[in-house]
Design a binder for this molecule. Structure first.
Ligand code: IPE
Ligand code: IPE
Ligand code: MG
Length: 245
């Protein structure tokens, strides 16, 4: 698939450096075909790999993939069990592919409740790929934007109680060091296929000035061309960050 990719010719300064991708619409894709919701999730595996390849074709250094949210525990026990096992198995199957392409994998999310076996695979993928430099894939598993901010605030309060930090030491510039993944840059392009127009608690702090692109395709049908279209749309946006031209 990757060999045939022809990315749009966009000057580097108009390309996003960090794409946040909400991998959504798997359940509906399956239901439309009279299949079990889990069949849609299974389809998502190859699509995620395609998205990594599409980002590499455009030299986009950071991709964050929303795989399981802190709210997804509300689903049926069966679906939760499937998704946990599936996330683990995708990493087992694909970490070598990612490694061979020079992708650095980083897990972003909350530890409590996450299956031990999933955590082990995430850590194993992180260890295997830690020296890779071609791009970074943030796998957001048991991730929630509010959970991440609250965890950061708790850490700050603990430090303050120990007298290690004063209120004025915390700034908008350094608050990110208390988040799940301190090295994560701000999101430039926030992508959500599936037709839903909401963030669903993804990368709230990092997306304060992200450009939102919502597309009407379910994730299992999503293609590199859809990502290229979104990047072209992004390139036309006028990012002002509150200022004027
Ligand atoms: C996204 O697809 C995958 C996860 C949330 C894990 P959904 O399962 O949300 O699919 P829809 O939105 O119900 O179609
Ligand atoms: C967001 O999608 C979470 C992931 C894609 C992992 P959801 O399908 O869970 O979000 P809502 O329920 O539509 O807001
Ligand atoms: Mg959904």
């Amino acid at each position: 698939m990757t060999e045939e990719l022809t990315p749009p010719n966009i000057p580097v300064e108009f390309r996003p450096r960090h794409i946040a991708l909400v991998m959504d619409g798997n359940g509906r894709w399956a239901e439309q075909r009279g299949l079990k919701r889990t069949e849609g999730h299974k389809r998502g595996e190859a699509v995620l790999l395609d998205m990594v390849a599409a980002c590499q074709a455009l030299d986009i250094p950071y991709l964050s993939a929303y795989a399981f949210s802190t709210e997804n525990w509300r689903r049926s026990a069966d679906e939760v069990r499937f998704l946990m096992g599936f996330n683990r198995d995708v990493l087992t199957r694909q970490k070598m592919w990612l490694h061979e392409r020079g992708v650095k994998v980083r897990w972003v999310g909350r530890r409590p409740r996450l299956w031990r076996s999933v955590l082990r695979e995430l850590e194993s993928a992180e260890e295997l790929t830690k020296n890779n430099t071609s791009m970074t894939l943030f796998m957001c598993v048991n991730y929630g934007g509010r959970a991440e901010i609250i965890d950061g605030v708790r850490e700050i309060v603990r430090k303050a109680q120990r007298g290690e930090i004063r209120p004025d030491d915390i700034t908008e510039k350094n608050f990110h060091t208390f988040l799940d993944e301190p090295t994560m840059p701000d999101v430039d392009l926030f992508l959500r296929p599936s037709g839903e127009k909401r963030t669903s608690n993804f990368l709230l702090w990092q997306s304060a000035y992200a450009e939102m692109v919502y597309q009407n395709k379910l994730f299992p049908d999503y293609t590199p061309q859809d990502l290229f279209d979104a990047v072209e749309e992004y390139a036309k946006r006028d990012r002002r960050f509150g200022g004027t031209k």
